[in-house]
Structure formats: structure tokens, C-alpha cells
Design a protein around this ligand. Structure first.
Ligand code: SF4
Ligand code: SF4
Length: 194
């Protein structure tokens, strides 16, 4: 980690953007690593949650964006709950993802990014999760057509996959999505004017 931090360029804007997006002051972190010790997916991450927070403090934009960590984060908030300094690490993870998307940074784990997109699309269309639609959309996006295919018969048997979607209040859903879009557009204008 030390070598990685030294070899990357410092980006002072990066720290500011994360603070603005998340509202979290990462400089409160004193690197006790309680967050990393409790994170259920830290073993798969290339930067532990505490290392990611440290990298944000040091404006290591390239290091953060080239990491798998924020994509693997399951948003369980264990880290946030454990932090003695009340640093909301889960919120920082979200902010990093939002900024990565805004700046069109290629995700280190594209399947997870694709999963987020198809989940949202699924909810937008059907008002709730339609698993078969989600699987098909995800397979088309990732071009990984055969992964986990053998699990399908068991899932059908257990009633976990329904052949047809159940539409629930599509109109309300449409309104929610358009309201969110409006809020995002207003926020973008506000940020530009600041
Ligand atoms: S638990 Fe809090 S103070 Fe400790 S390393 Fe993580 S973010 Fe920093
Ligand atoms: S919110 Fe993310 S980083 Fe924090 S403990 Fe859960 S999975 Fe780990």
C-alpha cells in the first residue's frame, strides 16, 4: 500500500469531490482498521476499507478508481457502525461509485456495474424485481451466457424464478424515476454555479 501511494499522483480535487458528494470528513480517520477487520468482503478487496479511506485522504484518485474495493462493497454498513471516529465509510464507497460513473471511469469489476444498471432498469419496467428478466439482461450485458446456468432448474423447482413478471404500479415507479432525474439535474446545476 505504501509503495502504491507513493507512486501515484496526488489529486487535491478528488478529496474535495468525495467530501462534497458524501458529506463525510475522511480526515477524522486515524487508521485503526476496525472497519477493515469487520468488513465481510475485505478478503476479496485489493484495498481494504481503511486503505481506501487513507487513499481518499491523500487524493490518490487513480489508486482508488483502479481498485475493485468500491464495486465489491455490499453496503452492509458494518464498517460505518464499527468506526470509533464515526466516519461513514459506506457513504464514501457510494460517493466513489457515483463520481466514477459521472466521470465515465471504466469500472474495475464491470459485472457489478452492469448488475446495478440492469437492476434499476428492471425496477423501472416492472415496478419490482423480475428475476428472469434481470438474468437475461445481465447475460446480454456481460456476454457470459453459461455461468450458473445449471442452477436454473433447481431455482425453478423451489419457485425462486417466475416465468412472467408481476407488474406493480408502473405509473408510480415512472414518477419516482423522473423525480430523481429532476433532483439530479437540479443538483448538477447547483454544483456548477458554486
Ligand atoms: S474504523 Fe474509522 S478510524 Fe478506523 S481505520 Fe476505519 S475509517 Fe479510520
Ligand atoms: S459497507 Fe462495504 S466496506 Fe463497509 S463493511 Fe460492508 S461491505 Fe465492507
Amino acid at each position: 500500500m505504501k509503495g502504491q501511494l507513493e507512486s501515484k499522483n496526488f489529486d487535491s480535487e478528488f478529496y474535495r469531490k468525495i467530501k462534497e458528494e458524501s458529506g463525510v470528513e475522511v480526515n477524522l480517520c486515524y487508521q485503526c482498521s476496525k472497519c477493515a477487520a469487520g468488513c465481510p468482503v475485505a478478503y476479496e478487496m485489493d484495498l481494504t476499507p481503511s486503505q481506501l479511506i487513507h487513499a481518499v485522504r491523500l487524493g490518490q484518485k487513480d489508486l482508488v478508481f483502479s481498485s475493485k474495493t468500491m464495486w465489491l462493497c455490499a453496503a452492509c454498513e458494518t464498517c460505518t457502525t464499527r468506526c470509533p471516529q464515526e466516519v461513514d465509510i459506506a457513504r464514501v464507497m457510494d460517493a466513489v461509485k457515483i463520481i466514477a460513473q459521472r466521470e465515465k471511469i471504466k469500472p474495475k469489476v464491470p459485472e457489478i456495474r452492469a448488475f446495478y444498471d440492469v437492476c434499476l432498469q428492471n425496477i423501472r419496467w416492472f415496478g419490482r424485481m423480475y428475476e428472469i428478466g434481470l438474468i437475461m439482461m445481465l447475460k446480454l450485458r456481460t456476454r457470459d451466457f453459461f455461468k450458473d446456468l445449471l442452477l436454473a432448474p433447481q431455482m425453478f423447482k423451489k419457485g425462486k424464478l417466475k416465468l412472467m413478471p408481476k407488474r406493480t404500479n408502473a405509473k408510480a415507479m415512472k414518477e419516482i424515476f423522473s423525480r430523481v432525474k429532476k433532483i439530479e439535474a437540479q443538483e448538477a446545476i447547483l454544483k456548477k454555479s458554486q
